[in-house]
Design a protein around this ligand. Sequence first.
Ligand SMILES: N=c1c2ncn([C@@H]3O[C@H](COP(=O)(O)OP(=O)(O)OP(=O)(O)O)[C@@H](O)[C@H]3O)c2ncn1[C@@H]1O[C@H](COP(=O)(O)O)[C@@H](O)[C@H]1O
Length: 119
Amino acid sequence: MARGMTDLGSSDRLAAALAHLGTTIDARAKEGDASTSWTAKLLAKGPDACAEKVHEEGQELAEAVMKESDDRVASEAADVLYHAFVALRARGVSLNDVAAALEKRQGISGIDEKAGRAG
Ligand SMILES: N=c1c2ncn([C@@H]3O[C@H](COP(=O)(O)OP(=O)(O)OP(=O)(O)O)[C@@H](O)[C@H]3O)c2ncn1[C@@H]1O[C@H](COP(=O)(O)O)[C@@H](O)[C@H]1O
C-alpha cells in the first residue's frame, strides 16, 4: 500500500522546511545579490518571470508524476514549492495569506465547493 502523506512526523518536518524557505526568500528579497542568488535573480525579473518558472516547474512535476521515479517526483515537487514561494514573494502575497486560504477550505469537500460556485 502507498505510504500516507504524513507518516513519521513528516508534516512537522515539511512545515519547518517551508518556514525556513520562506525566511530565506525574504532575506534574498531584502539583500540578495542577483549574481550569486537564484532567488534574487528571479525576483529582480519580476512577477511575470516568476510565473513562467512556476508554469515550467509545474509541467516538469506533472511529467515526473506520470513517468519518473519517486525521488524525481519529490525533487520536482520541491522545485514547484520553491518557485511558488518566490512567485508569492514577487507578488507580495504572504504565507499567512496562503495559510488563510487553505484554512478556509478545511472540512469543505472540493465537490461541494465546486457545486456551490455561483454561475
Ligand atoms: N529550493 C531552492 C531551489 N530549487 C530550485 N532552485 C534553482 O532553480 C533553478 C531552476 O533552473 P532551471 O529551470 O534551469 O533548472 P531545472 O528546471 O532544475 O532543470 P532543467 O531540467 O530545466 O534543466 C536552478 O538554478 C535551481 O538550483 C532553487 N534555488 C534555491 N532554493 C532554495 O533557496 C535558497 C537560496 O538560494 P539562492 O537564492 O540561490 O541563494 C537555497 O539555499 C534553497 O534552500
